[in-house]
Design a protein around this ligand. Structure first.
Ligand code: FES
Length: 108
């Protein structure tokens, strides 16, 4: 995303893969809402699937609600992941939280 308001980067210590989450935020009725979100994932198919579903889950949510999205909710939304691939879903949850954190720091 070229005009992102913030970018969050997260990696997996388990496999060395990493990703970026890009967010665009709009203010509506006094709340900050994720207006657009995208990702770049340098990881496995499970990480890409997790990133895709998590960004769909976060779009349109307030920052407060989006940062509460857990790896468990992401895995459930995918219909499950094999146990050795659970860590792949953590990256996007962390990346989203980091993007929101970066956005808030830029706004200070
Ligand atoms: Fe690295 Fe899945 S094995 S993200």
């Amino acid at each position: 995303m070229k005009d992102a308001d913030a970018v969050g980067t997260a990696g997996s210590a388990e496999c060395g893969d990493y990703m970026h989450v890009y967010i665009k935020v709009k203010k509506e009725s006094g709340q900050e809402i994720i207006d657009d979100i995208s990702f770049e994932t340098f990881g496995c198919a499970a990480a890409i699937a997790s990133s895709s579903i998590a960004t769909e889950m976060a779009k349109g949510k307030t920052l407060e609600d989006a940062e509460k999205i857990t790896k468990l909710e992401i895995v459930e939304a995918l219909g499950g992941l094999p146990e050795p691939k659970i860590h792949c879903s953590v990256m996007v949850a962390d990346g989203l939280k980091e993007a929101i954190k970066v956005y808030r720091e830029k706004k200070k």
